[in-house]
Design a protein around this ligand. Structure first.
Ligand SMILES: [Fe+2]
Length: 273
């Protein structure tokens, strides 16, 4: 082999030719290495792309699952809210039945809570109170006298004049009602209306002698509706006084015992009916 090479005729000096061949061979080896390396890179890139596709697919699946989980959570939340509202309605109905049963202890006050509620809601609407305030007044109207449940029949149903001690006991019913219902979260906004429904506009009422706008608007409204119902229904010691007399009383004590705006709203409702 060496001999054959020796016979080759070189157009370039042998050393130059050898260097060229060596350069060519190392270049060729470099190209082959680069080619092999690029094949490795291409394979790795391909694998990476495949992994990305799988990742992308998994991401889409995860995203779709998240969407389904979110939708299901919303359905559960809605169902929970409905169940919660249902429980609140049932509890209010139960308390309402209790209030009606309490009214029925005395045939003179039978239906009193329902009538006071209806009248209070009408006044509140005439005064353009918000839907939320009207609903709070509805709850408070229904339950305003619930504290009377803690007062014995001998006092509550006494046909004659009450002693001072007995009257003091009766005056405890707003506080008793407040304490009874405290802790029922769905009634928390109605509690103050129940506690203060016997407060008078000039501060002469009970249990705290609050004045004017310090008395919650719901309590001022229930106070007017309550007074009218008490006057227009028969009592053991007198006959029903009639709506005209009740209206005259409201006008006489408008701005004194009763909030003028509440009385005016009541009078508008009377004219409308
Ligand atoms: Fe009362």
């Amino acid at each position: 082999m060496a001999k054959k090479q020796d016979n080759v005729k070189y157009t370039l000096p042998r050393e130059v030719h050898t260097k060229l061949i060596d350069g060519y061979n190392s270049l060729k080896a470099e190209i082959v290495r680069s080619y092999d390396q690029s094949k490795i890179y291409a394979r790795e890139l391909n694998d990476a792309l495949k992994a990305m596709k799988i990742g992308d697919q998994q991401l889409k699946q995860a995203s779709s699952m998240m969407g389904r989980v979110r939708q299901q959570s919303l359905i559960y939340a809605k169902e929970l809210q409905l169940a919660h509202q249902q429980i609140e309605r049932s509890s209010l109905n139960t308390l309402g039945v209790l209030a009606e049963a309490l009214d029925a202890r005395d045939h003179y006050t039978s239906g009193h809570s329902s009538r006071v509620t209806e009248s209070s809601v009408q006044i509140a609407k005439t005064m353009n109170l918000s839907h939320k305030e009207v609903e709070i007044i509805r709850q408070a109207g229904l339950l305003h006298d619930i504290g009377k449940i803690g007062i014995r029949d001998g006092v509550l149903l006494k046909p004659g004049k009450l002693t001072e001690e007995e009257y003091d006991l009766i005056k405890q019913h707003p506080i008793k009602g407040y304490k009874m219902l405290k802790g029922l979260s769905f009634l928390e906004n109605a509690l103050d209306c129940i506690l203060y429904h016997h407060e008078q506009y000039n501060g002469s009422g009970f249990p705290e002698g609050l004045r004017a706008e310090n008395i919650p608007i719901g309590a001022r409204i229930i106070h007017v509706a309550d007074t009218v119902d008490a006057m227009t229904t028969e009592r053991p010691y007198r006959k029903a006084l009639g709506l005209d007399m009740a209206i005259a009383e409201l006008k006489k004590f408008r701005g004194i015992l009763f909030d003028s705006a509440v009385v005016n709203a009541f009078l508008i409702n009377c004219k409308a009916s």
